[in-house]
Ligand binder design. Sequence first.
Ligand SMILES: N[C@@H](CCC(=O)N[C@@H](CS)C(=O)NCC(=O)O)C(=O)O
Length: 237
Amino acid sequence: MIDLYTWATPNGHKVHILLEELGLPYTVFPINIRAGEQFEESFLEISPNNRIPAMIDRDPVKGDQITMFESGAMLIYLAEKLGRFLPGLENPKGRSEVMQWLMWQMGGIGPMFGQASHFREYARERESLDRLQYGIDRYTNESHRLYRVLDKRLDKRDYLAGEYSIADIAVWPWCREPGRRGVDPNDFPNVRDWFDRVADRPAVKRATKVLSKESVRPTKHDDEAWSIMFGDKQFNR
Ligand SMILES: N[C@@H](CCC(=O)N[C@@H](CS)C(=O)NCC(=O)O)C(=O)O
């Protein structure tokens, strides 16, 4: 059994999707990141970087229970445990392709799209447009660049790296709200078709419902929520 500490965000949904695809039983422990639950000691013991998702595998293939943070590491671990959605070492080319696109998501899409919505939406609650414009342009441009890379990769390909894999599972939740990155999906038809192809999967439909009612984003952060997400609670603990 997997204990999953999570919230309905792109990084959380990556793991929800893979668990649903694998049919592995899991218990959801909601970590409300707007209420500051990511700073509770019991959570930090599993996830020292105060970020969701995190998990405990109480039934590993070998040895004592395993705790994990970092969604990419969790995807690799779970895919390897069940031998699905990531080619094994007997297929080094296929495996390396999945790994490359997974790392591309972890190092590029996640951080850049995250900053794009920070500057385009959240920071606008507190800062003047004058102070923000550089950041807005920088991360919106970077989001467009990444969409172009993705669109090119998906030209004449159904999935990012051969068969549907943890690379698609990692990138897909980040493409759900292109408007938040200042991107028009119609400018990237290959991404749009791939997005719909993945969205049609029953496991993906089930996964995106996880905690979706609980995790509604506020239109504006009060002082407490701001401190938790972007202020003192993050930096002066
Ligand atoms: N690289 C990490 C990023 C995780 C991450 O940024 N999680 C966000 C939600 S998507 C979070 O927990 N934020 C809480 C906070 O900022 O304190 C991963 O992929 O697991």
